[in-house]
Write a protein that binds this ligand. Structure first.
Ligand code: ATP
Length: 332
């Protein structure tokens, strides 16, 4: 037990994700349980620079676990990318004798947090992975991903109801810049006919092959398009292929920000709660710069610097499933 840490701060940073509130709540209550004082930082790293901190007691985090978003609010702070900005952030922590910071966010947030930890090693920094993209190395799972995935599946199910009544092709664009976790999993779970992911090449060729076969069958279909395709957005892809398939009514649906919202699922709430508790345990153990992750159904510790330097990839089994169960295209 490291009794040095008497005061901690917690913040949410980057894109907001459902379940962040559960992580704040658990972090706060676990810290209070350990006899620490807790401060919530408003608007991520920007709030540290603007000295926008509020004391958190147990009652301040009651009634929030079921709410999407983050009650501390999140932000993208360009000031924190400068040495001067980070120095002000440090001074604002020091003047309150805060010696540990819990950062709930994605890989960008962990990049900033690691730089801060190197510059100011007397502050203990613990990361909790929270992003709907699920693209952080060292953890099977990030807070918000499960809710986002279920939101996408529900939306696609609704689209399919209308798609099945006409001769339509729906290109449904989902989030996922470099990694297509949401695309692959929502595509499999919603029974999409084609799943286009950034991990694979020649995705438009694949779509054309599928449409050529489909044209003969006169059916409607769902195509999941990850937003990070090098071939372009769903709209751009629709514009490329439409002239060649006049018999199909090609529609585009960009799910966008609805994927960030909504009540967090049970899984997001429970794992966020376990991660919040684990973050405080790590501080009590004297850990300085790590992320608490979730692997094989248990909490793991990962050096913070690894979480954004290494890449998390989708398993071959998953990518294989994308090829096999959607389109039934022959291998070549
Ligand atoms: P998401 O994956 O949901 O987008 P994220 O945490 O990756 O979340 P970013 O906007 O990339 O979101 O990063 C959040 C914040 O972290 C930035 O606004 C900035 O304040 C800080 N940050 C990111 N990169 C750096 C960096 N290289 N140096 C200092 N701070 C950084």
């Amino acid at each position: 037990m490291n009794n040095d840490v008497k005061k901690i701060a917690v913040l949410t940073s980057g894109g907001d994700a459902p379940g962040m509130n559960a992580a704040i709540r658990a972090t706060t209550r676990a810290a209070l349980h350990s006899g620490m004082e807790v401060f919530g930082v408003m608007k991520g790293f920007q709030g540290l620079i603007d000295d926008d901190l509020i004391p958190l007691k147990s009652q301040n985090v009651s009634g929030i676990i079921q709410r999407g978003g983050t009650f501390l609010q999140s932000a993208r702070s360009s000031d924190f990318k400068s040495v001067e900005g980070r120095k002000i952030a440090y001074q604002n922590l020091k003047k309150r004798d805060i010696s540990a910071l819990v950062v709930i966010g994605g890989d960008g947030s962990f990049t900033g947090a690691t730089t801060f930890a190197v510059e100011f090693p007397d502050i203990s920094i613990i990361g909790i992975p929270a992003t709907i993209d699920n693209d952080i190395y060292g953890t099977d799972y990030t807070i918000g991903y499960d809710t986002a995935l279920n939101t996408v599946i529900e939306a696609v199910d609704n689209i399919r109801d209308t798609a099945s009544s006409f001769n339509r092709i729906f290109l449904v664009e989902v989030m996922g810049r470099e990694a297509g976790f949401i695309a692959v999993n929502s595509g499999i779970a919603s029974g999409a006919e084609v799943i286009m992911v950034p991990e694979r090449k020649n995705q438009i060729d694949k779509l054309r092959k599928f449409l050529d076969r489909r044209a003969q069958k006169n059916k409607s279909s769902i195509v999941i398009v990850a937003e990070g395709l090098e071939e372009g957005s769903a709209m751009e892809i629709a514009n490329i292929i439409s002239p060649d398939y006049p018999n199909f009514d090609i529609k585009v649906s960009v799910l966008g920000y609805i994927q960030r919202g909504g009540r967090p699922t049970a899984k997001d709430r429970v794992i966020a709660s376990l991660m919040g508790i684990a973050a405080i345990e790590a501080i009590n153990d004297g850990q300085k710069s790590l992320m608490v992750g979730w692997r094989n159904e248990e909490i793991v510790h990962v050096p913070l610097s690894k979480t954004f330097k290494l890449e998390k990839s989708i398993s071959d089994d998953m990518l294989n499933a994308v090829e096999i169960i959607g389109t039934f295209l022959p291998k070549n």
